[in-house]
Design a protein around this ligand. Structure first.
Ligand code: IPD
Ligand code: CA
Ligand code: CA
Length: 269
């Protein structure tokens, strides 16, 4: 298929992505109300027919407008029939365990890379009707209103959030050491079960910082643009700029970032 050389406006791209994300979000709510089928990837890693239906919905809607674009989607993997510079990175249901238990904290996450660089993202929480969006150099928004990271200066006054990967039972790199270290240093710690929303909540100043050890690109693509555009800082545990393909993530308001890195790198007795 021929690939148009003209870059498409970020507004046009975001508009289509928002429509797709909202439609997929509505689909998730329908499944939550009507019932869904659960399969197990491992004893604690679930996938439902709602995940698959929402993913198909997002891909079809975006593809209808941009048929040459490439996709990286959690359930279907890489869909790349062209050399397009555009790559959509999709988590159709971030917070599957919450969803499966009827705990209303989950979202659709859609990020877009252009030539390997994340340029826009949106995260839609259909249970609260919260739509987080960001376009590179144009700021981050929640339901259309600009958002900014918090001004908290020290860990002692910070509300932090983290998560645990599905291989927690199989690996010593299970984040429990960092969890106990932060528990003694922060004002409070939370585990919400949705990494994409955790990032958005850092962007909105609801959390001061977030770390996790084994994330996937679809957990981070959209949320990382939203944090960056809200004035936050994103790195790996060594302080290098975040790569969404690198698993480790530290996201913060910037002020407490070095203190978070120090905790993540402290010697465990
Ligand atoms: C998970 C959630 C969770 C995080 C896990 C992710 P899923 O994604 O974001 O908060 O701790 O590492 O895998 O499976 O609900 O899409
Ligand atoms: Ca996820
Ligand atoms: Ca998911």
């Amino acid at each position: 298929m021929p690939i148009p050389h003209e870059p498409i406006s970020h507004d046009a791209l975001l508009e289509i992505a928002v429509a797709a994300g909202q439609e997929a979000g509505a689909l998730l709510v329908q499944y939550a109300e009507a019932g869904f089928h659960i399969e197990y990837k491992n004893p604690i890693n679930l996938v439902t027919d709602a995940d698959r239906a929402a993913e198909q919905c997002v891909i079809e809607r975006i593809r209808a407008h941009f048929p040459t674009h490439r996709f990286l989607a959690e359930e279907q993997g890489r869909l790349e029939k062209t050399q397009s510079p555009y790559l959509w990175i999709i988590d159709p249901l971030d917070g599957t365990t919450n969803f499966a238990h009827g705990y209303p904290t989950y979202c659709v996450s859609i990020g877009l890379e252009y030539e390997g660089h994340c340029v826009l993202g949106l995260v839609f929480d259909p249970t609260r009707n919260d739509l987080f969006t960001a376009i590179e150099h144009r700021g981050a928004r929640l339901n259309g209103r600009p958002i900014h990271v918090s001004n908290t200066m020290v860990l002692d006054s910070s509300l932090l959030v983290t998560g645990f990967a599905y291989d927690i039972r199989e690996t010593p790199r299970n984040n429990l050491d960092h969890f106990s270290n932060f528990a003694l240093k922060a004002q409070g710690l939370r585990r919400t079960g949705s990494a994409a929303l955790d990032l958005c909540y850092v962007a909105a100043g609801r959390f001061d910082g977030f770390w996790e050890v084994r994330l996937n690109p679809w957990d981070m693509a959209a949320g990382s643009v939203i944090v960056r555009e809200a004035g936050g800082r994103l790195t790996d545990f060594s302080g290098k700029d975040l790569s969404i393909y690198g698993q480790e993530l530290v996201a913060s308001n910037g002020q407490i970032h070095d203190a978070m890195l120090a905790v993540l790198n402290q010697e465990t007795p």
